[in-house]
Design a protein around this ligand. Structure first.
Ligand SMILES: C[S@@+](CC[C@H](N)C(=O)[O-])C[C@H]1O[C@@H](n2cnc3c(N)ncnc32)[C@H](O)[C@@H]1O
Length: 280
């Protein structure tokens, strides 16, 4: 590409024009001429500049669709990934299979490291739709991420309580136990070159990608979470945890060495190992 030319992704461009003009996405994608007022054109130019700098589309527009709902996002939260929808699907299937749901018992659910709140909010709303009663709680270490998650919960009408803390330390005094714990921890390691080369990632929070104490293999937070399980779960509780597609073997070794042998592994929709469900 010659230096005076800018490469623009057609679908991203159509997405920006859709939000400015109010026309349908398919219309913006297929029509070669769009009439914009001068302020609309100025906004489009500003957005294109950000896109060219590598700013993710979701941060430019301020939201991302996840599990068929729109979630507010900003640079304080990880942009919810499509792969993480599997976390919601596996959690729904697990809870709906529980006998206790049939007796209207409230299922106690916890999400650790909630970010935008997209995962726990989707799960809560989907369970309510199925007539299941839940008592939901979400945590994060980042105060700014929690305020995004709270706004999303409010705007989408999900009843969730939030607290701030370093993994299970958020409950140190209350010693709560949960039936289901879901978590998508930071798992990018300092030697994961396949992630580090992605320009878009440099706009997302370091805490969400690498964690508080970055490590070469990105396994540090998995270890902390597994270590904290005993105090906040009971026999029969379930942990559903997302991991990087190259970490399946390390996760398996970690679980086995922690005496957790009752687990099931799941691939995402692209066929990559992505999730583990552990029965405690
Ligand atoms: C990979 S992001 C996942 C965000 C969201 N759950 C999702 O799937 O889109 C990890 C989240 O964990 C939070 N986090 C990182 N270290 C943490 C810690 N030590 N204790 C609690 N939360 C932490 C980050 O702020 C971030 O929101």
């Amino acid at each position: 590409m010659r230096s005076e030319y800018i490469k623009i992704n057609r679908s991203k461009l159509a997405n920006l024009i859709m939000h400015i003009s109010g026309k349908a996405y398919s219309w913006c994608l297929t029509n070669s001429n769009t009439e914009l007022s001068l302020p609309e054109y100025a906004l489009l130019s500003r957005w294109l500049k950000l896109l060219q700098q590598g700013v993710p589309l979701a941060y430019i527009l301020g939201f991302r669709e996840f599990f068929s709902r729109n979630f507010w996002v900003n640079s304080n939260v990880l942009i919810p990934r499509q792969e993480s929808e599997l976390l919601v699907e596996v959690a729904i299937n697990s809870v709906t299979a529980w006998e206790s749901c049939k007796f209207k018992k409230k299922i106690k659910i916890l999400e650790l490291g909630t970010g935008s709140g997209a995962v726990i909010i989707s799960l809560v709303l989907e369970l309510i739709k199925r007539g299941i009663h839940v008592n939901a709680h979400a945590t994060d270490l980042s105060k700014n991420a929690l305020s995004v998650a709270k706004n999303n919960a409010l705007w989408l009408g999900a009843d969730i309580s939030f607290s701030r803390g370093n993994w299970f330390d958020a409950f140190k005094l209350s010693k709560q136990t949960f039936d289901l714990i879901i978590v998508n921890p930071p798992y990018v390691g300092l030697n994961h070159s396949e992630y580090l080369s992605k320009r878009e990632l440099s706009f997302e929070p370091k805490l969400a990608l690498y964690g508080l104490n970055p490590s070469s293999d990105g396994m540090g937070d998995f270890k902390k979470i597994i270590n904290g399980l005993k105090e906040n779960t009971q026999t029969g509780s379930v942990l559903i945890m997302e991991h990087g597609c190259m970490q399946k073997k390390q996760i398996r070794i970690l679980l086995q060495s922690s005496g957790l042998s009752n687990f099931e592994e799941f691939n995402d929709h692209s066929g990559l190992p992505r999730l583990v469900k552990v029965r405690l």
